[in-house]
Design a protein around this ligand. Structure first.
Ligand SMILES: [Zn+2]
Length: 457
């Protein structure tokens, strides 16, 4: 009976492995089998404790025996790669023996492809979502951020090292301390937000409220997910604006599905049907827009009014990587990756705002007008998340504000001029120890981190 449990334990461990060196650990398994021969069931409780201690020892030994060498192969499930591309770079950590300023890392997508040297970045540099290598010479570590390209495999080669050992996938890109992920809801829903209006400048009330918001985010180097409603106010003019903003090819924003209209109940969904509202919206976005960052995919469904039911969740099966929820309040416990729904094959529903921005802006007249205590409140909330090493999920609704107030660039004077949001963003942006990422790319990263296989060649 005990041996059956050990067999089950070993099988479980095999399911959780992230690299294929487990076979090298045969001694652990054989040792367990030998150790358990002849045990009676009366010794079970005593032995269970021994088993636990031994299991920890076995795992430590086995996981210490990781892929090592100079060439490594990184791979992810073929079908999922075909569906999602996984171009967003994921950070692999290696322990290097013989690391020097002359060390070089090269990558290729297949054995027939040419090797390409990867660029290096320093810890003091500000960068997000790019392929690069960062060395930590005092720790003898390499942080290699690399995304999938023309196949579901990546090969890495280390030059001018004695040997390299794969340690694991970083929880956050470039092994950053914390993560900030931002989204904006309702582009195209309300005519009053002037979707597709000619650009007049960021703090001009005649400009499209969402284009103004995007311009502000870009100025602070904050990539943002924007939830689009496709049966929209603005029509062709809005499609043109969306495309113009993608034509920059600067990975500044991610188009996400909101819905064709803005249903917030079963009854509202019954008018067009869940499929049309959600997958129809997704198909229209893919049909109209080119140069979507990290491949022609829509990773995220941002739930209209945060509403979901069984039919909605089943409509989304395998159609998105992440479903973002909403409730309008602070959600102090929403600080981690949303769980993978194994049945429906997406992450979520999750990503509710840790700190809700809208209720803070709504206190003032006009909404969003600078107030020093509001800025302090938002800064403290986000700083606490950064300090704790959490994921900071935040969002606002650009259609609720005047551009001239919410994006007022002038220095703040309580109730007179300036913007709480702009002052807050200037406080939290551009930090080298924080990963700034759009929601869908965050979950592209997460899927790879949880499912990738790394082997030495
Ligand atoms: Zn909405």
């Amino acid at each position: 009976m005990i041996r059956t449990q050990i067999d089950r334990f070993i099988r479980l461990c095999r399911r959780f492995r992230t690299w294929s060196s487990w076979d090298d650990c045969g001694f652990c398994y054989a040792g367990f089998r030998e150790a358990t021969a002849g045990f009676s069931s009366q010794s079970f409780i005593c032995f269970s404790f021994t088993l636990l201690i031994s299991a920890v020892f076995c795992l430590t030994s086995c996981f210490a025996d990781v892929p090592a060498g100079k060439v490594f192969r990184i791979s992810v499930d073929q079908a999922m790669w075909e569906k999602w591309g996984f171009q967003y770079p994921v950070t692999y950590i290696f322990e290097i023996s013989g690391l020097s300023p002359g060390t070089n890392v090269k990558r290729r997508d297949s054995q027939s492809a040419a090797w390409k040297s990867m660029r290096q970045r320093d810890a003091m540099d500000f960068f997000n979502g790019i392929e690069c290598v960062r060395f930590n010479f005092s720790q003898n570590r390499a942080f290699i951020s690399v995304g999938f390209g023309t196949s579901n495999c990546i090969e890495l080669e280390f030059e001018n090292v004695t040997s390299a050992k794969f340690v694991g996938v970083a929880r956050y890109y470039d092994d950053r301390r914390a993560t900030y992920t931002l989204s904006l809801d309702n582009w195209g829903w309300r005519a009053g937000a002037k979707p597709g209006a000619p650009w007049k400048g960021v703090a001009d009330d005649r400009s499209d409220n969402y284009q103004a918001a995007l311009c502000v985010c870009r100025g602070f180097n904050l990539p943002v997910s924007i939830a689009i409603n496709t049966s929209m106010a603005g029509s062709n003019a809005l499609w043109n604006t969306l495309q113009e903003e993608l034509d920059r090819q600067d990975c500044s924003w991610e188009p996400a599905v909101h819905a064709q209209t803005h249903p917030g109940s079963e009854k509202a969904y019954s008018v067009r049907g869940y499929k049309s509202e959600i997958l129809g919206c997704r198909d229209e976005i893919l049909q109209h827009l080119r140069y979507i960052p990290f491949g022609q995919h829509i990773f995220e469904h941002i739930l209209t009014s945060g509403y979901f039911d069984e039919t909605l969740l089943n409509t989304d099966i395998s159609e998105f990587l992440f479903l973002r929820g909403f409730n309008g309040h602070d959600n102090p416990s929403s600080t981690d990756y949303a769980a993978w729904d194994a049945l429906r094959r997406f992450y979520g529903v999750g990503g509710l705002s840790g700190k809700a921005y809208d209720p803070v802006f709504a206190r003032r007249n006009p909404k969003g007008r600078f107030c020093e205590s509001d800025v302090t409140e938002l800064n403290s909330a986000v700083d606490a998340l950064f300090k704790a090493g959490d994921i900071c999920y935040v969002m606002w609704h650009p259609d609720r504000y005047l551009n001239s107030v919410l994006y007022d660039p002038r220095p703040g004077q309580d109730g007179v001029q300036g913007s709480t949001l702009v002052q807050h963003l200037s406080h939290i942006a551009n930090r080298t120890d924080v990963w700034y990422v759009a929601n869908g790319w965050l979950y592209s990263y997460r899927y790879v981190a949880e499912h990738v296989s790394v082997t030495s060649q």
